[in-house]
Ligand binder design. Structure first.
Ligand code: ATP
Length: 362
């Protein structure tokens, strides 16, 4: 039985409608919600927290129907981008203030000192919010919410105002705290890297509808639409026509799909028929480079020769822009650039594993 369940939720706020939202979370699981601006992410969290009552559908927390419970009775903690610390209270007073506003919550069984230590804010207790950095304010806000011992936690882009380094540090700490306390959480973000780092499950919302939700690996590997593929940062997306479909096991097919002059071999569980128009998605990290002399893959399909048209460094990686019958972007490391003598203008062989090409039906 799931720990938290949303069943056919419909909520109308002004002219905006969240509709047909259903998902389940197990205890300790984190769901990351991704979606463009204005797609209804905040309204979904606000509806779960109790700021808007459903027009249809139900919410269950530990099998209890909380759909129409007032906010303070739901035992759900939340933390939004706006830290909302009380400016005239010091850090300690701010943290303890949450006890005043959480009378409906269970007796505290998290030790406040432990939370303060976990969040490394022991030395800030006498300071006032005005004298804290953005990251420190978020730590205090998190401590203040955590010590009320909520059953579940909602985060609405809590890191978006922070610089990259602080955000990454806080994100890692947050993940370890949530896992340590076995807290279920829903985390809204624009950032697909953040979503895949934090989420056990990832959900994508568009125009008030949850268009895909699942285990993060499933979403990562098998986006169900061009919109999702694009939104989760898949850079290689192009059209193709199915040429042949051969069943190779009860659930798997070996499929040939043609894009311009290139025929890709794909292993997939999608049911398709010849002449169907589809999109192919390939993650840039799934493209391998081969040397001219490399004979290991000689009898395999999916070896293509393309021209390197640009090389761009991104953090520790290099993005290689490839052009020919298909335009692809590959991600690789400095070592591989050296090993394969990759430079602009060079024609290079690449290989893509048939299992790493994903077919998106149109
Ligand atoms: N209280 C409200 N009354 C009326 N309309 C609202 C209200 N709150 C939000 N909306 C509208 O509902 C839509 C969804 O808003 P929401 O804040 O949930 O989007 P979001 O996905 O969180 O966007 P962002 O990423 O920009 O924060 C928007 O068109 C917004 O203008």
């Amino acid at each position: 039985m799931s720990f938290f369940k949303v069943k056919n939720l419909k909520v109308k706020v002004g002219n905006f409608i969240l509709d047909n939202i259903s998902f389940e979370l197990n205890k300790g699981q984190i769901l990351a919600i991704l979606g463009p601006s204005g797609s209804g992410k905040t309204l979904l969290l606000e509806s779960i927290a109790g700021f808007h009552l459903p027009d249809k559908g139900e919410l269950y927390l530990e099998n209890k129907d909380i759909s129409i419970l007032p906010i303070e009775k739901r035992e759900i903690g939340f933390m939004f981008q706006d830290y909302a610390l009380f400016p005239h209270w010091n850090v300690k007073e701010n943290i303890l203030s949450s006890f005043k506003f959480s009378k409906g919550y269970k007796k505290i069984n998290i030790n406040p000192e432990e939370i303060i230590k976990m969040l490394h804010i022991e030395d800030l207790l006498d300071r006032y919010p005005n004298n804290l950095s953005g990251g420190e304010k978020q730590r205090v806000a998190l401590a203040r919410s955590l010590i009320t011992n909520p059953k579940m936690f909602l985060f609405d882009e809590p890191m978006s105002a922070l610089d990259t380094r602080t955000r990454e540090n806080l994100r890692d700490e947050l993940l370890s705290i949530l896992k340590k306390l076995s807290l279920s959480a829903i985390y809204v973000t624009h950032d697909h890297i953040e979503a895949f780092t934090l989420g056990d499950l990832v959900g994508i919302i568009k125009e008030g509808r949850l268009i895909q939700i699942g285990e993060k690996n499933q979403i990562f590997r098998k986006p169900n639409s061009i919109f999702v593929a694009d939104f989760i940062g898949i850079e290689n997306l192009f059209s193709a026509t199915i040429k042949s479909v051969k069943r190779i096991s009860p659930e798997l097919y070996c499929i040939e799909a043609k894009h311009k002059q290139i025929v890709f071999e794909i292993i997939s569980n999608e049911k398709l028929s010849a002449n169907e128009e589809v999109f192919l998605s390939i993650r840039s990290e799934d493209i391998s480079f081969l040397d001219e002399s490399d004979e290991r893959y000689n009898n395999l399909k999916n070896i293509i020769t393309l021209e390197v048209i640009d090389i761009v460094q991104v953090d520790f990686f290099y993005k290689i822009f490839l052009s020919g019958d298909v335009h692809l972007k590959a991600i690789t490391l400095k070592d591989s650039i050296k090993k394969h003598k990759i430079n602009i203008g060079k024609k290079i062989k690449i290989y893509i594993d048939p299992e790493y090409i994903h077919i998106i039906k149109t």
